[in-house]
Design a protein. Structure first.
Length: 581
């Protein structure tokens, strides 16, 4: 029985309960019917005895010389006409004047007479000469209220039982009906329970719950369970951390969650999702969502109708995106070094040729001028920026601009210090803004990008980063949309394809993490200007271990890429078309 499903155990328990209830109901109905029959018989006997006691002829016969001669025929007629088993009229000393059996006339009455002698009506069940009977005794009084005789009439218990047993078919019908209806209700409830519990028993349900709860809180991904009404009914600790939930586990409508509109729409709609990227104020989340379907529903082709809700997983890719930016910066430096190899070889051949021609002075002057020009931007950046990783980024971007034929102008104030700002987020902001500006400026006749980094409002008030390009600018209708995730002007103002519409959204997210602001305006020559203002909480460095490690690597790369920044303008070499985000 322990292996039975919970539904089967429930049905058996319910059936036994209904069976016991029906049996109890039958006993109660039978007892009630017996009591009703006895009460009705007692009331009838009271009526018969009272009617006889009030008959004037009875009192006259009792006071006559031979009461039995007058009263016996009268009593027999009453018994036959009314179906009463006995009518006994007696003297106050119990002497019978009448009886069903004439041989009992003159003998004492068997039964209680004290109540009647006191002038009161009395009913009882008593065993007399005819066996147990239901009887009533009524006094016969004269005009002065004196008890002159008594009248007892009764019906045997056996005759009363016949009337009582006549109620048995009705009692049985009621009991069987209750049993049938109770069994049907139990069967329907057990079917519903079997469907709800998937046919599992208590042990299986307990084990499944324990395992699922352990899995729910042990996985490192965020896990959300939403019911068919769009309410968040269950989530694990990671999901609470990623979405800022309070962890009370009370059902909450997904429409009221303090999450970005795109993620809220996904949870409310219940649609399928695979590796969708959604940005919160501080995180990059990769979301998957599938309907929660009972086993077997998919095989029946009714999974949409049978879905109990949705299961949503959240993966935090914030750190991964930061590492991706770092890798991209290293790749930029690598590409710059690789592309400059040929240029350095040409310059070295030129110097060797000048030496072979005996023009050593010209060779020295050429080498010196090339070295000074290559080192100038690197020295400016490294002296102005206290974070080597950011310095390496700017050196690499200068080389990238040179390759794409873009004039990159940097204006970094001498007192600029990143202070306590996270260098990883600064790389995200500066790198994506420059990439965006390069893509826009390359389509113009004279590609030009200007980067300005300076302090604002005092020695430690804030850091301002301004990137201007010579592109076609942005319409006012797109300035508010350009930071939305997935939006890109490269796709003609629609949701961009794969790999598009991410850069500026990450910039906005990084700026929000700093508590700063970003603004898009137009330049005087029709291009776009992105202005970022970041508050500086302090002057101490709070770079993460990853940022510091990567910064050291980037510093070494910056020293190797000094020639990558040798020029602020060059001829375009296969540049791509412009676009935002």
């Amino acid at each position: 029985m322990s292996r039975w499903s919970l539904a089967r155990q429930f049905f058996l328990a319910q059936f036994l309960f209904v069976l016991v209830l029906s049996a109890s109901l039958s006993v109660i109905l039978y007892a009630d019917a017996a009591r009703g029959v006895n009460d009705a018989a007692a009331e009838r006997m009271v009526a018969v005895s009272t009617a006889i006691a009030l008959e004037p002829g009875v009192l006259a016969a009792v006071e006559g010389p031979d009461p039995s001669a007058t009263l016996q025929p009268y009593a027999v007629e009453v018994m036959d006409r009314l179906g009463v088993d006995f009518v006994t009229i007696m003297a106050t000393d119990r002497t019978r004047f009448t009886h069903r059996n004439p041989e009992q006339i003159g003998k004492p009455y068997i039964g209680s007479v004290s109540e009647a002698l006191a002038g009161r009506t009395h009913t009882e069940t008593y065993a007399g000469t005819l066996g147990p009977s239901i009887r009533s005794i009524v006094p016969v009084v004269d005009g002065e209220g004196t008890v002159r005789a008594m009248v007892a009439s009764g019906i045997t218990v056996d005759r009363a039982a016949i009337a009582r047993n006549a109620q048995l078919p009705l009692v049985a019908l009621i009991a069987l009906g209750a049993l049938a209806l109770g069994s049907l209700a139990s069967f329907l409830l057990s079917r519903r329970l079997r469907h709800a519990t998937l046919g599992m028993g208590p042990a299986e349900l307990s084990r499944t719950f324990v395992f699922y709860d352990a899995v729910l809180h042990s996985v490192r991904e965020g896990l959300l369970l939403t019911d068919a009404a769009g309410r968040l009914v269950l989530y694990n600790d990671q999901a609470a951390r990623l979405l800022g939930l309070d962890g009370t586990q009370e059902p909450v409508p997904a429409s009221r969650l303090a999450v970005p509109p795109s993620l809220r729409e996904l949870l409310v709609s219940g649609r399928r999702a695979h590796d969708e990227v959604h940005l919160t104020a501080t995180r990059v989340l990769v979301v998957d969502q599938e309907p929660a379907v009972p086993p077997g529903s998919a095989r029946r082709g009714a999974h949409e109708q049978a879905a109990l809700g949705t299961v949503t997983t959240l993966r935090d890719h914030t750190d991964l995106e930061a590492l991706t930016d770092q890798v991209q910066t290293m790749r930029t430096l690598t590409d710059a070094l690789r592309s400059q190899t040929h240029e350095h070889a040409n310059r070295l051949h030129t110097i060797v040729s000048l030496v072979e021609l005996g023009r050593s002075a010209d060779a020295l002057e050429f080498a010196t001028r090339d070295l000074q020009q290559s080192q100038r931007l690197t020295d400016e950046v490294v002296e102005a920026v206290d974070e080597p990783f950011i310095a390496a980024l700017l050196v690499g971007k200068a080389a990238q601009a040179n390759e794409r034929g873009i004039q990159l102008v940097t204006d970094i104030a001498p007192d600029t210090r990143a202070g306590a700002l996270n260098p990883v987020d600064l790389v995200t902001i500066i790198g994506n803004l420059l990439d965006n500006a390069f893509d826009e400026a390359v389509s113009s006749e004279e590609p030009r990008v200007v980067l300005t980094v300076r302090r604002t409002g005092g020695a430690a008030a804030g850091l301002e980063i301004v990137v201007e390009d010579s592109g076609n600018g942005l319409p006012d209708s797109e300035k508010a949309r350009v930071f939305a995730f997935g939006y890109s002007t490269k796709a003609a103002g629609t949701t961009a394809g794969a790999g598009r519409g991410i850069g500026l959204a990450l910039v906005r997210q990084a700026v929000e993490r700093f508590g700063g602001s970003i603004e898009v305006t137009d330049t005087d020559d029709g291009g776009a200007r992105f202005s970022v203002r970041l508050p500086l909480p302090g002057t101490g460095t709070t770079a993460s271990t990853a940022g510091s490690t990567a910064g050291s690597t980037a510093n070494a790369a910056a020293g190797s890429a000094t020639h990558a920044s040798s020029s602020t303008s060059a001829v375009p070499q296969g540049a791509d078309g412009g676009g935002r985000a």
